[in-house]
Design a binder for this molecule. Structure first.
Ligand code: ZN
Length: 421
């Protein structure tokens, strides 16, 4: 017996009663051991989930891009709803007696799905009518919804025009009507999509906008969709993905956006209306300070490098090795310091920055060692990633706390290694 789908006729029905036709434990299909364990748990009545088929239901099963409903069947929670040919299968977390049961759907979730899904019909119809961009897929996500459009790239103007026209249809509060007919009858009535199924089909008409075969749940009038807001746009393979939200989601996001803007304005010490110009000013100032700081850093690094060269003894092999783990200075300073040191004859710089674990090994060419090999060997010992050339190599430690250890290791290897030429 087919499950009577109450939502086909009345998508606003939330409560119902029905006969329980079957209630079977869910079999686990992954591996013999799991199946055996499941068989055992079924035998002892310890199954976790059951599959329930009713003679009628208001629960919508996952299909056509719209997620399933959740809710209650008697005392059991409905955690999933599956569309299996003519049956709607309710996956519940407790066994249900084969008798009459009352059920209720989580209306908050269902109504949200109805707003998003109905909004998608409107948006897809508008893109098709205005710009000949058909919708090839629809996804109703937990936060955002998307449609993928096929054809030429929609410009910003096309997107804005579509959003405005879609919202016009909302304001016009057009009727959303369920229709039935054979594929031929629906095609004659103007259904765009070709349908492979035969027999009597269900279609949704948005008065004066479109007629589409669809088994989903919809609002009664377009006014119930609420605002349709486009949120993003990107290329997905050969198609164009448009992100959008409708109704309560759009309203919630508008509040989130404003809170975010207010928070930014507060940080910039300006009004919400002034955030763009204030942000531009802050970025311009930052760029000026950044340039000036970089120049100062380079000068400071050069002075510090000279001081380090003067206070570091030359080793027995005639090579001067300057080892430093810096903290509280910029990465640019560290690199400049290493570069400056390595300009001196017969000098090696083994430098790290402890905050982030950046490491620089540099030498004057006449030292004749291989900094890249030394870095690779050191990272092999203490962990890290990087590379470079014979005279200059750099990278990042896996654990910045091991900076001193890494440099000590490099110093000892340097003492042992032979000149490479
Ligand atoms: Zn639909």
């Amino acid at each position: 017996m087919d499950t009577e789908r109450i939502y086909y006729e009345d998508s606003f029905a939330r409560e119902f009663s029905a006969e329980v036709l079957s209630c079977e434990p869910v079999a686990v299909e992954t591996g013999d051991a799991a199946a055996a364990a499941d068989a055992k748990s079924v035998a002892t009545g310890a199954a976790k989930l059951w599959r329930v088929v009713l003679n009628r239901t208001v629960f919508y099963p996952t299909s056509g891009g719209q997620p399933h409903d959740v809710g209650k069947l008697g005392a059991a929670n409905v955690v999933d709803v599956l569309d299996e040919e003519d049956d709607v299968v309710h996956v519940v977390d407790a066994a249900i007696a084969l008798a009459t049961v009352s059920g209720v759907v989580d209306w908050e979730r269902r109504f949200d799905h109805m707003q998003q899904h109905s909004g998608q019909h409107v948006l897809s119809a508008v893109f098709h009518a205005q710009s000949a961009l058909p919708t090839v897929s629809f996804h109703l996500g937990a936060n955002l919804c998307t449609i993928d459009l096929r054809g030429r790239e929609p410009t910003a103007e096309i997107l804005e025009r579509a959003a405005m026209a879609a919202n016009e249809i909302v304001y016009e509060d057009r009727a959303v009507i369920v229709k039935y007919g054979t594929p031929e009858e629906l095609a004659a009535a103007g259904v765009r999509k070709t349908v492979e199924r035969s027999g009597k089909l269900r279609a949704i008409e948005i008065e004066g906008v479109e007629l589409q075969p669809c088994g989903g749940t919809h609002v009664r009038r377009t006014g119930q969709i609420g605002m349709i807001a486009l949120r993003g746009f990107s290329r997905i393979r050969q198609d164009w993905r448009v992100e959008f939200v409708c109704g309560k989601r759009a309203e919630r996001l508008a509040r989130v956006d404003l809170a975010m803007l207010k928070s930014i304005a507060q940080r910039l010490n300006c009004s919400v209306a002034e955030t763009v110009s204030a942000a531009e000013r802050v970025v311009a100032e930052r760029d000026v300070y950044f340039k000036s700081a970089r120049a100062s850093n380079e000068k400071l690094a050069a002075v510090d490098a000279q001081s380090a060269l003067q206070t570091t003894e030359i080793g027995v092999d005639g090579i001067r090795v300057i080892v430093r783990v810096f903290r509280g200075v910029s990465p640019e300073y560290v690199q400049s310091f290493a570069r400056e040191v390595a300009k001196a004859d017969k000098t090696v710089a083994l430098i790290a920055r402890s905050e982030c674990g950046h490491v620089f090994f540099m030498q004057h060419a006449n030292v004749g060692r291989d900094m890249n090999a030394l870095l690779a060997e050191t990272f092999g010992q203490v962990g890290g990633k990087g590379g470079g050339s014979r005279d200059s190599a750099g990278g990042r430690l896996a654990d910045p706390q091991r900076a001193a250890e890494a440099l000590q290791h490099a110093v000892s290897r340097l003492g042992q290694s032979e000149q490479t030429g």
